[in-house]
Design a protein around this ligand. Structure first.
Ligand code: SAM
Length: 258
């Protein structure tokens, strides 16, 4: 069978002008847009990002697909099956489908599951991934603290799957990124206090969106349920990469003048 091409398109962290040129082109050309949302009545964040840039393309179909926010496999499986089958109806008719995903499609995105299943569901199908600006890249741009350089190491933790080992992670890595915070904020703050790293942490919600919020004292959000677009980044900056111990000429001069 000649299936249409399936695209996984990263649409960036929220600001529409952070979509790549390739993402915009792919989204404009696709015959069908697959737009994930977390409930049948809720809005699709991906569509909210895309709409101001591409608007409603004549003849293009928009499929709003529900992927519930749940960790229960049976609930997820049946919703995903229904959504993937709807996508399949179009692919089987030879129509190209662009699955839009917030941030990048290769990081905690439902597209990853679709990508894995595509070869079994539609043998021989062409799948193309268009990378996007991930929230992991957007947050340090906003806080002004680079994630890592030189010998520094980074850990990425999906906090809602458990943070019981967080103290060990914080001690082992130079930078720790906590995504999917859910109801884990109290434990996250407790681990930061135990390790003495509370001042090295920053909480960012809805980075690059109009509602963006930066909280530099994470104790203020200790009892907050992480909104679904929030993360905590802990950057120790105790070893400054290849230039450890290097003092810039400007800093030397300032010392002499002081
Ligand atoms: C299901 S994952 C999707 C990640 C996405 N694929 C990416 O590349 O950023 C959702 C998590 O990403 C983080 N996230 C996504 N967008 C964000 C934003 N604009 N600001 C802060 N965190 C964000 C949050 O930790 C959220 O719980």
């Amino acid at each position: 069978m000649n299936y249409g091409t399936l695209y996984g398109v990263g649409v960036g962290p929220g600001a529409p002008d952070l979509m790549t040129l390739r993402a915009v082109e792919t989204l404009k050309r696709a015959e069908v847009l697959a737009l994930p949302r977390s409930s049948d009545y809720g809005a699709s964040m991906a569509w909210k990002i895309i709409e101001p840039v591409i608007g409603k393309v004549p003849g293009q179909e928009r499929l709003f697909l529900t992927f519930p926010m749940s960790k229960e496999p049976s609930r997820l499986r049946s919703a995903w099956d229904a959504a993937f089958s709807k996508i399949g109806e179009h692919l089987e008719r030879g129509r190209s489908v662009a699955f839009a995903t917030e941030g990048d499609p290769s990081l905690y995105s439902t597209f990853g599951y679709l990508q894995r299943e595509a070869a079994q569901r539609w043998p021989g199908i062409r799948v193309e991934v268009v990378p996007g600006v991930s929230s992991i890249m957007a947050v340090p741009a906003i806080t002004g603290t680079p994630l890592a350089d030189g010998l520094e190491r980074i850990a990425i933790i999906p906090a809602n799957y458990g943070v019981d080992d967080l103290v060990a992670t914080l001690n082992a890595f130079d930078t720790t990124i906590l995504m999917k915070i859910g109801s884990e904020m109290p434990k996250v703050v407790a681990a930061l206090e135990r390790t003495g790293l509370i001042e090295k942490a920053v909480f960012v919600a809805k980075a690059t969106m109009r509602e963006q919020r930066i909280v530099r004292d994470v104790r203020e959000v200790r009892s907050e349920r992480g909104d679904c677009f929030a993360m905590v980044v802990v950057t120790r900056k105790e070893r400054s990469g290849v230039l450890a111990g290097y003092v810039s000429p400007a800093a030397e001069l300032a010392k002499v003048e002081a």
